[in-house]
Write a protein that binds this ligand. Structure first.
Ligand code: TNX
Length: 511
């Protein structure tokens, strides 16, 4: 008899083609990742994405990521539609360990299974999964190549609940599409909050209907005389919804009682002498203050908080509080004693720069540590009282610090922050007397005094944002620069395919 050898489809199981990345290369590095040689999955024109009803949005998001470069239809079908090979999203029984943000991912020859207890978990798992494809998956036109996904198993969940990024849209204005672009970029690294610094001395960027001149006049200016701008409430809500579709909660900041020149230039009544101040477009800090003794100040603040709260599905509003050098300490306390309780009135909680701890805010408030010192008695005392601290030490987490003295963008008041510097710290030991369980998480702020374009944002955020995101997500025990820099290098082709203008630090051997 003749032995019929079936035609080889794909590749032999004992000789899988090499893939660009393995499950152990994912950034942020997973809690557990086990590559399984020989179990790579090949996505084909016939592949489907299976999902039950509640997982459909994540499934469609995944489909939209994979369709442009593959050119495959990748229809989203019912979870129990067993006909074709593909990617299955399962919601509900991923096990206790992964909690409400984690996931389990299995890539086998026969198909890919992603399980999570929540859609947040599925979304995070999708971010891991997309890194297992060739980098060309990120291109926006059809690429003619094989789409092999690295085989193996991942079990993953975050170290900290909150992993954030901040964008300063006040010093320079960024249009809604630019903010959305950044949202898509940060979502890849499982960042789940976007803090928008909406107001500062140089510009007011959010329409407040009860005080229209804030946006109309305060929105006109920007650092260096560059064009200003503001978000209408419709545009702002659209940004918030877009972020939500990327499982990111927006935290709006109105900086006060300092950093308020744009507001004080828009309304004379916000100044103690009743006269509007001239607009400012320089980058000095600490010269402006709301008029603490004037009742209209609190009418203004409450109107702003009320309108913002109505556009904020998240629990937190950021009430600023930094560098109030022109507000005497007693006035600073008087101010927050009146303002912090307003948040509860509108069913929100306060977050603010760590300076607010001296006002003894309720324990629901989250102070954001931005200084470079490794000790701060007032912040440690707040942590003792029960306030959870958000860590953004400027010499580690500030994405606007220059990488080195030749960096074309950025400032250096907190030092030069190379990729290794920004990765080399532990939020749980950075600040004396503030330990792991007292932290809300980490945030990477990006101030925009020197930034004008999306390319500028990207140059400062990448690669450092990926490192801060990993510090926030991955177990402390995985922290290791030598292994991180190798994984980071493999993100380079992904960013290149996405058109991200990243800084090719000489500390990393980019692929
Ligand atoms: C300090 S740190 C500021 C901002 C600047 C930033 C520039 C902090 C809470 N405030 O006003 O934009 O430095 O790096």
């Amino acid at each position: 008899a003749t032995l019929v050898v079936p035609a080889q489809i794909g590749y032999a199981a004992d000789n899988p083609p090499p893939t660009e990345r393995a499950v152990t290369d994912i950034v942020p590095v997973p809690v557990e990742a086990r590559p399984e040689p020989g179990t790579n999955f090949k996505l084909t024109a016939g592949s489907v994405i299976r999902a039950e009803h509640q997982a459909k949005d994540v499934a469609e998001y995944l489909g939209a990521l994979l369709r442009p470069a593959t050119g495959f239809p990748l229809p989203v079908v019912e979870r129990f539609d067993r006909g074709k090979a593909g990617i299955t999203l399962e919601l509900g029984d991923a096990g206790k360990r992964v909690g409400d943000q984690g996931y389990q991912l299995t890539v086998a020859r026969s198909g890919i299974t992603l399980k999570a207890n929540t859609t947040d978990g599925l979304f995070g798992g999708v971010q891991s999964l997309r890194q297992l494809f060739p980098a060309a998956i990120n291109k926006t036109t059809v690429q003619h190549q094989d789409w092999i996904v690295s085989g193996g198993k991942v079990l993953d969940y975050p170290r900290f609940k909150q992993r954030g990024a901040m964008l300063d849209v006040a010093r320079h204005f960024f249009k809604p599409d630019q903010v959305k672009r950044y949202i898509d970029q940060i979502a890849q690294y499982k960042v789940n909050t976007l803090h928008l610094h909406l107001t500062d001395d140089q510009g007011w960027r959010i329409e407040i209907k009860s005080w229209p001149r804030l946006a109309e006049i305060g929105g006109l200016t920007a650092v260096g005389g560059d064009p200003g701008g503001y978000y209408t409430q419709e545009q702002y809500k659209d940004i918030v919804n877009y972020a939500a579709s990327r499982h990111i909660t927006v935290i709006p900041e109105v900086d006060m009682p300092g950093h308020t020149n744009a507001a004080q230039a828009s309304y004379g009544e916000l100044n103690c002498d009743g006269k509007p101040v001239p607009p400012r477009t320089d980058i000095e800090v600490g010269y402006s203050s709301l008029c603490i003794g004037n009742p209209i100040t609190y009418k203004f603040v409450e109107d702003v908080i009320r309108e913002l709260a109505a556009m904020t599905p998240g629990k937190y509003i950021h009430v600023g509080g930094d560098e109030a050098h022109s507000t005497p300490p007693a006035d600073y306390k008087t101010f927050y004693d009146k303002v912090t309780p307003m948040l509860a009135t509108y069913d929100k909680k306060a977050t603010g720069w760590h300076n607010i701890v001296v006002t003894n805010p309720p324990t629901s408030a989250i102070p954001q540590y931005w200084d470079t010192a490794n000790a701060n008695a007032d912040v440690a005392a707040a942590a003792q009282r029960g306030n959870k601290i958000l860590m953004s030490p400027a010499n580690k987490a500030y994405l606007d610090m220059q990488y080195n003295k030749d960096s074309p963008l950025g400032l250096h008041w907190a030092g030069y922050v190379e990729v290794k510097d920004s990765y080399s710290w532990d939020p749980a030991t950075f600040l004396q007397g503030v330990t792991e369980s007292q932290l809300a998480g980490v945030e990477a702020p990006l101030w925009s005094e020197t930034l004008r374009t999306s390319a500028d944002i990207e140059y400062m955020a990448f690669p450092r944002l990926a490192g801060i995101a990993e510090i926030g997500w991955s177990p402390a025990a995985t922290h290791n620069w030598d292994t991180y820099r190798v994984r980071l290098a493999k993100q380079g082709p992904i960013w290149a395919a996405q058109g991200i203008n990243f800084y090719r630090s000489p500390q990393v051997d980019w692929k």
